[in-house]
Design a protein around this ligand. Sequence first.
Ligand SMILES: NC(=O)c1ccc[n+]([C@@H]2O[C@H](COP(=O)([O-])OP(=O)(O)OC[C@H]3O[C@@H](n4cnc5c(N)ncnc54)[C@H](OP(=O)(O)O)[C@@H]3O)[C@@H](O)[C@H]2O)c1
Length: 361
Amino acid sequence: MSEPRRIPIIVFGVGNVGRAFVSQLTQTRRTLAQRYGVDLQPVALGDSSGMMFDPAGLSAEALASVIEAKNSRRKIGTLPGALAGIAPREFVDHAAAQGVPHAIVVDITAIDGMDVPLRRALEVGYSVVMANKRPLAGPWEQARIFFESTRSGYEATVGAGLPVISTLRYLVDTGDEVHRIEGALSGTLGFLCSRLEDGEPFSTAVLAAKAKGYTEPDPRDDLSGMDVARKALILARLAGWPLEPDQIRVDPLYPAEMASLSVDEFMTQLPRLDSDFAAYMGALVGVPRYLAEINPSGGVVALRMVGERTAAQLRGTLNQVSFFTSRYAEHSLSVLGPGAGVEVTASAVLQDCLLRAQHNV
Ligand SMILES: NC(=O)c1ccc[n+]([C@@H]2O[C@H](COP(=O)([O-])OP(=O)(O)OC[C@H]3O[C@@H](n4cnc5c(N)ncnc54)[C@H](OP(=O)(O)O)[C@@H]3O)[C@@H](O)[C@H]2O)c1
């Protein structure tokens, strides 16, 4: 049997999802090489402080030392042999100059500005895989290459491990016409809405979500609706509608004057919102859910009141995305399931790497 093709993997971001990705890759690498003839070999792992890099492939010891450092909250840039302080854009050029061929660059950070190194990666002939939504959700001119290139994957950005992106891609690729997309795209806001439905005050529901680790460190990142708006924009663009970010109207769950508070001040002032939410819910019929509605001319992400049957399908952190198309006209095509979680998100990233390795490299 011939040797498997070596596919170098460069990982930006070794946080919760990044560590799970490295662990899943380590566990499955040999089986995938035997089954598909491609050896996904980590050559670089990086965080905000630098990169651990070996163009010939990181040894098991080097991988373990990075994971151990990140588990104990130490920075990669402090480890012996690491490239301290190198920025992602600079690193892509460095890897190409070192002769690393046909790599897959994986973005598992949560930062702005990664579109620049990822575009550079495509320019030097690499493939890119994203769990980070931001490179896909900026101005269309900066993001379009990731939607147009066949060397780009981003399954984990919507619905975490659920096959949302691949389902929409299959509809579009086979010539179906998508008319609109609806969904509950945030596990965090789903959890919050279920608590509100059970009669809990808004502030204690937010505190419970934070305590369970469902929210970002600053819960306003979820409560602003921006995370859902980014997902809505990604779905719109993949559906073939090149919308700009301001064409997705976002309904935040807190007033504008609370945007400038510190996280602690915001959390302290949350109970101020309880009576408003109670009055809002008392005045309307139905059950609250934070939903996205997207069509070719724009989208809205907002708190809606839905019927009990719909609400029952969307309890807790479940996500649901429904595609209304020419072929799925009478009944939409829906994907439903847990839309968050470190392991399921990491597995979507790994599956994207495998697809890129098989088809693009
Ligand atoms: N958790 C989920 O269920 C889920 C689902 C779908 C998508 N996602 C997405 O997956 C991504 C990662 O989430 P997470 O929970 O793993 O985040 P996280 O734990 O905060 O990890 C982020 C990682 O990015 C690194 N980073 C920051 N700036 C960097 C830079 N300039 N260069 C290289 N690395 C840099 C951080 O480094 P430091 O350690 O030095 O800070 C950290 O290792 C996010 O975009 C998130 O939205 C998560």
